[in-house]
Design a protein around this ligand. Structure first.
Ligand code: HPA
Length: 279
């Protein structure tokens, strides 16, 4: 069945889910979204099938360097997963419906858990470049909410609770695995701004005053949509750089990507160990 622009978001997501199911995502239980520079995790999945976004109806195109733009179905330590290798950002010009469309589709494919990863700037002085931070909570400073507009009750309730966005048991499981790896895992609050310009030092002082530990341009819309659908969320930030004004040097995207590459082995190992605990 084809879909048209008159179809509801739910119908469009169903159509995409059917297309993906036909390619083998029958039983995916855990979804992952890989952030800037962190896409390598999808390259060594077991029994992997990759579907370029162009082949999935309703998916937008990823325009950012370092974002592959494909969905990878496979297994991690035997657990069936579906991985979004490359995400859509609000700053690319997409509406939040488009940014979060893949999460809607993953939800309809039946995932119960979603791992959201991102590159972020560090505000907390105890952080160093390359640190991994478990997201304990977020500040939505994007000025928009992905649930704005008519609510489709097939997805979830009009006013979803956000008191526990990042699942506590998932956080415990991740801490446990980091401990076993002798990895110092940070924990903190992620603030989302729209970007694409990085922050000014004054904005970073403001974010500190608001209680943020890290800042980025993603994740929050996807986590809100996941909670709307009752999907449990784990969030991990890679601190690719210290935020503006913390160190006396400018921030650039190449550095963000390089740090992602440097943590690749540790990051992959942490995910590989944690995923079986999330299903
Ligand atoms: N600010 C916002 N987003 C980011 C940063 C930053 O410093 N680093 C990586 N993503």
């Amino acid at each position: 069945m084809e879909t048209s622009s008159k179809d509801t978001l739910y119908e469009r997501a169903e159509h995409a889910a059917r297309t993906i199911r036909a390619r083998g995502a029958e039983e995916a239980r855990v979804g992952l979204v890989l952030g800037s520079g962190l896409g390598a995790f999808a390259d060594d999945l077991e029994e992997a099938v990759a579907i370029p976004y162009e082949e999935i109806p309703g998916f937008a195109r990823s325009t950012v360097e370092g974002h592959a733009g494909r969905l990878v179905l496979g297994r991690v330590a035997g657990v069936p997963v579906v991985v979004q290798q490359g995400r859509f950002h609000f700053y690319e010009g997409y509406a939040l419906d488009e940014v979060t469309f893949p999460v809607r589709v993953l939800g309809l494919l039946g995932i119960k858990s979603l791992v959201l990863t991102n590159a972020a700037g560090g505000l907390n002085n105890s952080f160093k470049q390359g640190a991994l931070m478990l997201i304990s909570d977020h500040l939505n400073l994007m000025g928009v909410n992905p649930l704005r507009g008519a609510n489709d009750a097939r997805f979830g309730t009009r006013f979803p609770d956000m008191s526990d966005v990042y699942d506590r048991e998932f956080q415990e499981a991740t801490i446990c695995e980091a401990h076993a790896m002798k990895l110092e895992l940070k924990r903190g609050i992620y603030a989302a701004l729209t970007g694409p310009s990085y922050e000014t030092p004054a904005e970073i002082r403001m974010l500190r005053a608001l209680g943020a530990d890290a800042v980025g341009m993603s994740t929050v819309p996807e986590s809100i949509v996941a909670r709307h659908m009752g999907i449990k969320v784990l969030g991990i930030s890679c601190i690719t750089n210290m935020a503006a004004g913390v160190l006396d040097r400018p921030i650039d995207h190449a550095e963000v990507m390089e740090t992602g590459e440097q943590v690749r082995v540790t990051f992959t190992e942490l995910l590989r160990r944690t995923i079986p605990k999330l299903s």
